[in-house]
Design a protein around this ligand. Structure first.
Ligand SMILES: [Zn+2]
Length: 60
């Protein structure tokens, strides 16, 4: 995902801003890492450059 997406992505539960930790980059693209909502204390993993924005209860 492109770093600009971080400005747009919001927590699907509370619409709050997310913080990125453990980011791995390939050039300017973020390929892996964890997006965390500090309010909900929920983590959204980035796999193969694609953020998984499903709330934890909706994941497989
Ligand atoms: Zn939240």
């Amino acid at each position: 995902m492109r770093p600009e997406l971080l400005e747009i992505l919001r927590c699907p539960l509370c619409r709050g801003e997310l913080t990125l930790t453990g980011a791995k980059k390939d050039g300017s693209e973020i390929t892996a890492g964890t997006l965390t909502c500090p309010k909900c204390r929920v983590d959204y993993p980035i796999d193969d450059g694609i953020p998984n924005m499903l709330p934890p209860g909706d994941r497989d």
